[in-house]
Design a protein around this ligand. Structure first.
Ligand code: F3S
Length: 295
């Protein structure tokens, strides 16, 4: 029996699903009005293409448009971007993930309460830029624990993290800060979806003969999942669609594991499983969710 198992939390996270649903609803409701996203709504070329077919176009900058609906994607934007959109008279559909909104609010609060505010995250990531904007660009970004040496730490320090940071590295950073400051206020803004997805992928990779990670080649979180699975020693293939599969990979394989990045829609995961089932139709296929194995 060929067994295909899907890992826990494979595919869209809550925030991305919500943003895509909002975009879909917008084209349905606003059929005569142009609908745009500010930057690609997610890092998945197949989804972006599908949205384009529905009439949702991605723009890099607000200067490219002067009317219509603009969708703010799940990792949020700087408040000044919202202001610019308002000033242009655009209709704003804010699909910022509520967890990202929380991180923005927490950083703003720290600043208002007089804490020297630190944001643990990647300075080029749009989510971090949005959080920084929420503090009126006064917070300091810490990309790495070594950055602490460059900062003149004050006695009252507050910190938030980019939602996708690893809890272990955040804890390490907090430990270092504790040694150096008198008062430390921490908002744990890490979203655990990423952790659950990564540990689910790792556990499953340990349990199968071959692992497929589905998601955009340009998606950082999908690449990270592929790296985690591959580190278990199980042969791992990062694919975008079923077309990327070489069927020789499945020869003499009975247990296949599948996971997918946060920007991979369910329909792409199903397509891959379907293609495997068709290829191996002479074999009996059993699809399961990872939890069932563990029970
Ligand atoms: Fe939101 Fe967490 Fe996804 S912060 S966008 S649910 S990874």
């Amino acid at each position: 029996v060929l067994e295909i198992t899907t890992a826990e939390e494979a595919g869209f996270c809550f925030g991305v699903k919500r943003a895509i649903d909002m975009a879909m609803e917008a084209v349905q409701d606003e059929s005569d009005i142009k609908v745009y996203t500010l930057g690609p709504i997610i890092h998945n070329p197949q989804v972006v293409e599908k949205l384009e077919e529905l009439g949702i176009r991605s723009v890099e900058d607000l200067s490219e448009i002067d009317s219509g609906v603009i969708i703010i994607r799940s990792h949020g934007v700087e408040p000044k971007t919202i202001e610019q959109a308002e000033n242009k008279g655009l209709t704003i559909l804010d699909a910022t993930c509520p967890y990202v909104k929380k991180a923005q609010k927490n950083a703003q609060l720290l600043m208002e309460e007089g804490y020297q505010t630190l944001i643990y995250g990647d300075q080029d990531h749009p989510e971090v830029k949005g959080i920084l904007g929420a503090t009126d660009y006064k917070a300091l970004i810490v990309e790495d624990k070594n950055d602490l040496d460059e900062i003149d730490l004050q006695s009252k320090v507050g910190i938030v993290a980019q939602t996708t940071k690893s809890p272990a590295s955040f804890k390490e950073l907090i430990g270092l800060l504790l040694n150096r400051v008198k008062e430390l206020k921490i908002y744990n803004t890490i979203c655990n979806t990423t952790q659950v997805r990564q540990s689910g992928a790792e556990n499953l990779a340990d349990d199968v003969e071959i692992m497929f990670v589905i998601g955009g080649f340009n998606s950082a979180n999908t690449n990270r999942l592929a790296e985690i699975c591959s580190n278990t020693g199980t042969p791992t293939y990062h694919i975008e669609t079923a077309e990327d599969i070489e069927w020789s990979w499945l020869e003499n394989i009975n247990k296949i594991g599948i996971t997918a990045g946060a920007s991979t829609p369910d329909w792409l995961i199903k397509e891959v499983i379907q293609a495997m089932s068709e290829e191996k139709k002479d074999l009996e296929i059993e699809e399961k969710e990872q939890e069932e194995i563990e029970e």
